[in-house]
Each structure stands twice: as C-alpha cells, then as structure tokens.
Design a protein around this ligand. Structure first.
Ligand code: GZL
Length: 351
C-alpha cells in the first residue's frame, strides 16, 4: 500500500512538473507511461520480535518466517530485540527509515509506545501488533493474539474444580511470573489472583522468572528454601519456567504432578510440555497460541485491497490436563473444554 501510494504521488508530481515546464518538458516524452501506482516488488515487512527467551517465542518467530516468505510475496526484515525495549523502539524507527510497507511488533512491555506509533502513522506505515498488547496507544491498525486474563482465569477455575474433585481443601500457591511489564504476565497474574481471592486461597509468593528456564529454576530454588512443606501448588506462567521449576523441585526432593505432593501448572502448551502433561509431570497446561502470522497475512491482504480489518483478532487455544476428571470449566460464564491429553491429542499438536 505504502509503495503504491508513494509511486502514485511521485507520478503525479512528475506529471505536474512536466505540465509546469510547458509540454513534455524535461527528458520525459509524451510516451512516458503515467505512473499507475503498480509495484510488483515484494511487500516489505519489518518485524520487531520480543526476543528468543522461550520455546513459545521460537514457534512465534518460525511462524512469521514461514508466512512472510519470498514465495509468498514478502520481504521480511526481522529484528530479535533480545527482551530490550530500547532496542525494540530503535528497530521500529529503523523500519520507518527503511520505508517498510508494514511494521509488525510483539511489544516486550505494554507501555512507552505512543511516540513511535505516531511516527509510524506520520510515515503512513500501518502497524500490526501481535501477541502482547499495548496499553498507552491505539495508533495501530490491528492486534492479533490471546486474552491473557482469560488464560489466568481458566487456570484458576480448573484448579478450583480439580481441588474439589480431589478433596483438597486448602490451596497454598507459589507463582513464577513471566517478564515484568509484559501483558502476558499481567493478564495471567490478574486472572489467577481473581479466582484465588474469590476462593480464599493463599498465594505465598509471586516472583518473575522472566519467561526463561533459568529464571524459573532460580525462583523455584528460592521458593524451596523459603516455603518447603508449605506449598501444594506451583503456577509457572510459561513452559520454560516450568522446566526450570521441575529441575529445582527434583533437587529439593519436592514431588509434583499427578503422583506428587505439588500440583504443577504451566502456560503456553508447547508440544514437549504437552508431552509432560501426558506423562503426568505437569497437571495442567493452558495454551497460548503463537501462530499469529497467518492472521496477519490476511490483514495485510485486506489492507492491500483497501479493506478495513478488524481491530482485534483472537487466536484459538485449548486447555490441557493430565487427568480426565475435569471435563469442562466455566470462564466468564462460558463453558470451556478441558482436553485430556492422550497420544492422539499429543500427535495433533502443531508446535
Ligand atoms: C505470550 C507470550 C509469552 C509466552 C512466553 O503470548 O508473549 O512470552 O507465554 C513468551 O513463553 O516468552
């Protein structure tokens, strides 16, 4: 769209300048084709990605690289911002300088965006946000992602039903949060806490593991020292933190999972961790679908055809459990299925 508009405006400028010169003017002759605004080159897309901190992020990046490929008519400029917000803002400004047709951003944190989004708007470059959200500006064309608070609520509603079924009367939970300031962290934390407050559960502690395995292990090691024997639930806000937490609990002699003393919950549901649910190591895993790129491709096609896309597009996701004792949960008044992980379910996982 931007290149076409740019080509058209240049053509018009040339036409007027030629007219101003009286007649053909300049070197162009009357046969010079008027700019039709067509530009058969690839659509230039700049993608400022959070980083490479997790399996989820790897799947998200692969999805974008698969969709915004040369054979699909794109030229992708990809920047791994390594969880550094300053790097991410610079990447977006560089995309503006490079004259991208579209800019995609997965925002590391949800604030500090209005100035650079205004610059994109002034440059006439549509911005599409994926995955995490931006709360201090709406100067973007569309957002594609998950409802993180619903993920947190679903986790709490499942735990309530699971505890009731198992006759567990007291919940003393430890939470390993994701990256501070990330909307995924904020939503999952708020959602789970809403149910915990409603049910009178105790959240003994809630610290950030930064969505990494090392971070999850470090926080869990600290928790095992401070709270060993006091907790019966661990909520990890992504799979990599759950992997680190399992390492730490193994070392501390804390049992977890279907046959353990501690209920272990994760988010993301990457395939290797859905395997761990089937193996009974993780009791429940709440998917966060990283495959936003195909929907962004559809949005770009709409924009190329001068159509107006929806401002918000939600990806589909499922809730997985090791046991089939809880068939459904109710989240925000909506009945949702708990998927009991069988080999067939695992084999069908796309990432
Ligand atoms: C959530 C995404 C989070 C994942 C983590 O949509 O932003 O960031 O849950 C990832 O695995 O690091």
């Amino acid at each position: 769209m931007k290149k076409k508009l740019l080509a058209l405006s240049l053509s018009l400028a040339m036409a007027f300048s030629l007219a101003a010169c009286g007649g053909n003017g300049g070197t162009a002759n009357s046969n010079t084709p008027a700019g039709d605004g067509s530009d058969d080159g690839p659509i230039q897309v700049g993608f400022a990605q959070v980083g490479h901190e997790s399996d989820w992020r790897t799947a998200s990046t692969k999805s974008a690289q698969d969709v915004f490929s040369e054979e699909n008519g794109y030229e992708l400029s990809f920047v791994d911002c390594d969880n550094d917000s300053a790097v991410q803002l610079d990447a977006v400004r560089n995309f503006i300088q490079q004259g991208m047709d579209y800019i995609i951003i997965d925002p590391i944190v949800d604030t500090g965006w209005d100035a650079v989004l205004t610059e994109c708007e002034d440059a006439g470059i549509p911005v599409i946000i994926i995955d995490r959200t931006i709360t201090d500006s709406d100067k973007y064309t569309a957002w594609v992602g998950s409802d993180f608070k619903v993920e947190g609520l679903a986790c709490g509603e499942w735990l309530k039903a699971f505890a009731a079924d198992k006759g567990i009367e007291e919940i003393n939970a430890l939470v390993i949060e994701g990256s501070t300031g990330a909307s995924a962290t904020i939503g999952r934390t708020d959602g789970f806490k809403e149910i915990a407050d409603r049910e009178g559960w105790t959240i003994l502690d809630s610290q950030s593991g930064d969505f990494t395995e090392a971070g999850g292990q470090e926080v869990m090691e600290s928790y095992c020292q401070s709270y060993k024997g006091q907790f019966n639930v661990v909520i990890c806000q992504n799979d990599n933190e759950a992997a680190g937490a399992m390492t730490a609990m193994d070392a501390a002699g804390v049992s977890y999972g279907v046959d353990g003393d501690v209920i272990l919950v994760s988010f993301d549901a990457n395939k290797p961790y859905v395997q761990l649910v089937m193996d009974g190591k993780i009791n429940a895993n709440f998917e966060c679908n990283p495959m936003a790129a195909p929907m962004v491709d559809e949005i770009i096609k709409q924009l190329e055809n001068n159509e107006t896309p929806e401002k918000e597009v939600y990806v589909t996701e499922s809730w997985f459990a090791a046991e089939d004792n809880i068939k459904t949960i109710t989240v925000n008044g909506e009945e949702q299925e708990m998927v009991h992980v069988t080999q067939e379910v695992l084999d069908a996982r796309p990432y």
